[in-house]
Structure formats: C-alpha cells, structure tokens
Ligand binder design. Structure first.
Ligand SMILES: [Zn+2]
Length: 190
C-alpha cells in the first residue's frame, strides 16, 4: 500500500506493477451491529467488540488515515430539507487544496500530495505551535497511538489546514485530525 507497487513473483521471474490506489472500507461496529447505537443496546458479550476489531491487523489499521464512525440518521433528519453544502462548492475547496500541494511539492520527485511527504518533509512542513504540540503529546499518550499514527495525524492535519487555506496548522485542524483515529486499538470497544 505504501510503496504503491505490487510485486508478482513466479519461479523464473518477478514483475513489478505500479499500484497507486485509494482504499475505502466499511465494517459493522460489532458482531450484533449496535455498538454505540443511539437507541438500541449492543448485545455483544464483554471483550467481543474488541476481538471483532482485532480481525483487522494493527499495522493495516495504522495505514488507514481517516476513521469515521457513522451512526444511524434519525428519520426527521433524513427528511429535513435544509440545504447542505453542494458538491460543487466542496469540489472547489478540494481543487484549491490540491493546487496548494502542487506548489508545495514542486521539485520533489514523485511527491504530489501531503500523504506522500517524506519524514524529513513532515518535520519541515507540519510544524506545530506549542499548544498543538501539547495537544498531540497528550493524545498520543491517552489514546496509545503508534509512531505511524503520529505521522498520519500530522499529514491529515496539514490537509485540513490546506482545505481551510491556512498557511500554518492550527490547533483546530490538529484536533480534527486526532478525531479521525477513533478505531485505534485502545479506543474501540472499551
Ligand atoms: Zn454488539
């Protein structure tokens, strides 16, 4: 996933294909499906929810940048006709953020967006002020996040700041990025 190549080895030869892809996956919150449900109770025995999540290996979960919990939408909200933000407006924001990243990585061979930055670039590009540093340190300790998750959080925070057209990562961008680690080992099913 990270190297963006797939190697197929046979007895006589080995071939490498470019494989750059975006992985989007969905799963139930637990075997019965009601863990964290607003109205219904989860009927899973203690430890079952954690064991269910453990089916996804830690290293794989670490490489998924954004975890979002989707709770059921009540009918009154489904039928609510208030206008939500239009896709074309969102698209403009994404295109603008991509342009910022194009300029940022101009001259860095093979790097086009924040997800691809090297660890050296990460240190230069994702600088945090003191408040944000403390926030991230506390989150790392409290949520027992891995070093890989740390890098992911910084990259996602940088992208959120780009979508906001901000030159610096602000505390709110970082806080949002931390929220997207909800499935990391220690937080789910306990
Ligand atoms: Zn359950």
């Amino acid at each position: 996933m990270e190297d963006r190549v797939v190697t197929i080895s046979r007895a006589k030869l080995s071939v490498e294909y470019p494989t750059s892809f975006m992985l989007i996956a969905a799963m139930n919150p637990c075997p019965c499906g009601y863990y964290n449900h607003p109205d219904k109770d989860c009927s899973c025995a203690p430890g079952i929810v954690q064991r269910y999540l453990n089916k996804i290996s830690g290293p794989l979960l670490d490489r998924i940048d954004i975890h979002v919990e989707v709770v059921p939408v009540p009918f009154r909200e489904l039928s609510d006709d208030r206008a939500s933000e239009k896709s074309e407006v969102i698209r403009k924001r994404v295109v603008a953020a991509r342009k910022i990243q194009d300029e940022r990585y101009d001259g860095s061979k093979g790097i086009y967006c924040n997800a691809q930055m090297t660890s050296r670039q990460l240190r230069q590009i994702c600088k945090l002020d003191e408040v944000s540093q403390t926030l991230l340190k506390n989150a790392m300790e409290k949520l027992s996040l891995s070093a890989r998750a740390y890098d992911r959080i910084l990259k996602v925070a940088r992208t959120i700041a780009d979508l906001d057209n901000e030159a610096e990562i602000k505390t709110e961008h970082l806080a949002e990025a931390i929220q997207y680690r909800s499935l990391d080992r220690e937080n789910w099913g306990v």
